[in-house]
Each structure stands twice: as C-alpha cells, then as structure tokens.
Design a protein around this ligand. Structure first.
Ligand code: HEM
Length: 180
C-alpha cells in the first residue's frame, strides 16, 4: 500500500478550490485546483505548491476510542461527499518538547478532540497525514470529505476544536475548502 500522498495546488486537479484562508501564520499561494495523488512519480509540473504526508499509526487513542472510531468512521470517496477540506497544521516547538503523556492529556483529556470529533461521524470522513519528520512546512495535513448538507456542521466542528487548549499550540494553519 502507498502511504505517501502528494497534494498539489495549481491549475489542474480533481478538486476545485473554493477558498484558501490563513487561520494562523502564513497562507499558501493561490491555486484554482487541487490534485491529490498517491503516485509519487507523478510530475506536478507547474503546481503553485506541493505538500506531502504519510498515514501512520495512532499516537494518542485508547483501545476503546480506536474501536469506536473503526466502527463509526466512513470511508473516503463516498459519492455524496462532494465537499472537502485540506487543513495543513504546524504546532509549536513547545508542543513537540512535551512528553507523550502530556500531549495526550492536552489533546484528549483537556481538549476532548476525539470525543468532539466523534459527534460529527459518520457525516465527515477524515484522514490524517504526518509530515513533520521529513522537513515539510507543516507537521500534519488533515483531510476531510462531506456532503454539502454537512458543510455547516463541519464549520462548527472546526470552530469548536480551534477553541480548545490544543489549538494554543498551533502556530500555522491554512484552511482550504474544495468542491468536486
Ligand atoms: C471529523 C471528526 C474528527 C475526528 C473523529 C478526529 C479524530 C482524531 C483522532 C482520533 C486523532 C488522534 C490520532 C492519533 O492517535 O495519533 C486526531 C488527530 C488530529 N486531528 Fe482530528 N479529528 C476530527 C477532526 C479534526 C479537524 C476538523 C481537524 C482540523 C481542524 C483535526 C486536526 C487534527 C490534527 C492536527 C491531529 C494530529 C494532532 C497531533 O498528533 O498532535 N481533526 N484527530
């Protein structure tokens, strides 16, 4: 299985860009289309920007949370999910200097990231890509797909998460909304 995925913004792609908004820190250059590719050999000639990430193991979820997530998370690529969001995120050095148990406490116990997220399943399909370890400008590329009827719920979810202690450690975040 290919775990390396490339997101390229530019003049071509399978998703049309609705908006690119800097939430924290610098934005990304304008692009009309986003191409999502699991083929590392694909030449992204002329792309305005490229972001790469890999799927990985879970860091913070308990057995109980993993079981619930597996049961409730929808697949990517549902025909009705014609809206998507790519939200690249970088966290502060302070976050990365914490110990694993301290990060888990902030993300799960104090911020309720997992339980808030679960409220929006199965409307929103998600995938988390990691990219901190290979010198990318972001630490994570977060990807979401949902039907137009779930767009307001998705905005509410994002607003709720941004209001948590975990987001105090986010230093760069760009929200890219997409349509296909
Ligand atoms: C759709 C509902 C959501 C669910 C069920 C959910 C669930 C999760 C879970 C279980 C993890 C931990 C993965 C691990 O153990 O390593 C996680 C991580 C993460 N999520 Fe969410 N999430 C949701 C929505 C969001 C949204 C809307 C954003 C962005 C605005 C987001 C950003 C992140 C980031 C950046 C991480 C990595 C955090 C880190 O490792 O420091 N999530 N999410």
């Amino acid at each position: 299985v290919t775990r390396l995925t490339t997101f390229s913004g530019g003049d071509f792609g399978n998703w049309e860009v609705e908006s690119i908004e800097a939430v924290a820190g610098a934005s990304l250059p304008d692009a009309s289309w986003l191409a999502v590719s699991e083929d590392a050999e694909t030449a992204h000639v002329g792309a305005a920007w490229l972001l790469r990430g890999v799927t990985s193991n879970q860091r913070y979820t308990t057995r109980e949370e993993q079981t619930i997530l597996l049961a409730e998370q929808p697949q990517l690529g549902r025909p009705e999910a014609t809206r998507a969001a790519l939200i690249p995120i970088r966290k502060t050095e302070e976050w990365w200097e914490l110990a694993q148990d301290e990060r888990r406490e902030i993300l799960a116990d104090r911020s309720k990231h997992v339980s808030i997220g679960l409220e929006y399943l199965p409307g929103v399909a998600r995938r988390l890509y990691h990219c901190r370890d290979f010198g990318e400008p972001f630490d994570f590329l977060t990807w979401f797909e949902y039907a137009p009827s779930q767009a307001a719920a998705f905005s509410e979810l994002v607003a709720r998460l941004r209001d948590t202690p975990e987001w105090g450690y986010v230093e760069r975040e760009v929200e890219i909304r997409l349509v296909r």
